[in-house]
Design a protein around this ligand. Structure first.
Ligand SMILES: [Zn+2]
Length: 300
């Protein structure tokens, strides 16, 4: 599943290749891919003729910013990909939505397993936080739904300048949840999934089952540095590809070979040589080094 670095790679590719392009027409081949507006015909009607001004990212979604202020959000989920196809390229049977650009190219939303979702929203939006557990309705028939609402329950971006070690410390304070569980919680911090949670904890030498409120100030600083470092390294390597993930050029990323613990069960730890172990935390496979990442038996 694409996480922050993979989605960031796609967004940067698209910024380079389709910023300024005009969407001449669109074709929806799998209606459920379109989350908003409904029905898909309305989506096609509203996106036709729009100009793409820039492409960015929030959490695990690609943001296609349109020149008139509206924003198209693309949540890639399990197997989604956004690929720019040159004129005359062979059709793709897994393309669920095709945007025909005025210059003859196509921006194809490809998704083998069809879990990804695309929405078209007004710009701006609410910034107030929604209480945990309260689900906001996605479509509000009486008013335009704004892109800010889509991310109303998401936590901060870990690579933002404002995401300081002090801010992380404040978010961890008073939380008894396990570190692995918290890192995967999108309302705690946005964009981190299974790969980079495991990598960050290994790098920070913290056991995945540590309770958040037991970390010393030094351990919080280590986690903060490690989280940002693993994400930055993965972006530099264009993301980690295990099965379906590709950049907008259709090529896989090179970061999978550079991971330290993820999917290395039984192999030697690259820091100490001890065998990497795998446990299940909240139904997710979790990889760690039992020597580098010990679990203290008593609360400090
Ligand atoms: Zn180790």
């Amino acid at each position: 599943m694409p996480e922050l670095p993979e989605v960031e790679t796609v967004a940067r590719d698209l910024q380079r290749r389709v910023a300024g392009a005009r969407i001449a027409d669109a074709e929806v081949r799998w209606p459920r891919t379109i989350a908003h507006p409904e029905p898909p015909e309305a989506f096609v009607e509203q996106v036709r003729g729009a100009q793409i001004s820039s492409v960015g990212r929030r959490a695990k979604s690609v943001l296609v910013n349109l020149a008139d202020g509206r924003v198209m959000t693309v949540a890639l989920r399990m197997t989604g990909a956004l690929i720019v196809a040159e004129p005359g390229s062979a059709d793709d049977p897994y393309a669920r939505v095709v945007f025909r650009l005025a210059d003859g190219r196509e921006l194809r939303y490809r998704d083998v397993r069809k879990f990804g979702r695309i929405g078209l929203w007004e710009g701006g939006g609410l910034r107030r936080r929604v209480a945990p557990g309260v689900r906001r309705r996605v479509a509000e028939p009486r008013r335009p739904y704004r892109v800010g609402d889509v991310f109303g329950r998401h936590g901060p971006e870990p690579l933002a300048a404002s995401f300081s070690s002090a801010r992380l410390a404040a978010r961890l304070a008073g939380r008894s949840a396990r570190l692995k569980t918290l890192l995967l919680d999108q309302s705690f911090v946005a964009g981190v999934g299974n790969i980079y949670a495991d990598e960050a904890l290994w790098r920070a030498r913290l056991h995945p089952l540590r309770a958040a409120d037991t970390l010393s100030p030094e351990e919080v600083r280590r986690l903060h540095r490690a989280l940002r470092a693993v994400l930055r390294q993965a972006i530099a390597n264009r993301g980690s590809s295990f099965s379906d993930y590709v950049g907008a050029d259709g090529e896989p990323g090179a970061n999978a070979e550079r991971l330290h613990v993820y999917r290395r069960t039984g192999e030697p730890c690259l820091r100490c040589g001890r065998e990497i172990r795998r446990i299940t935390v909240g139904q997710r496979s979790t990889h760690f080094c039992p020597r580098c990442q010990p679990l203290p038996t008593e609360r400090p």
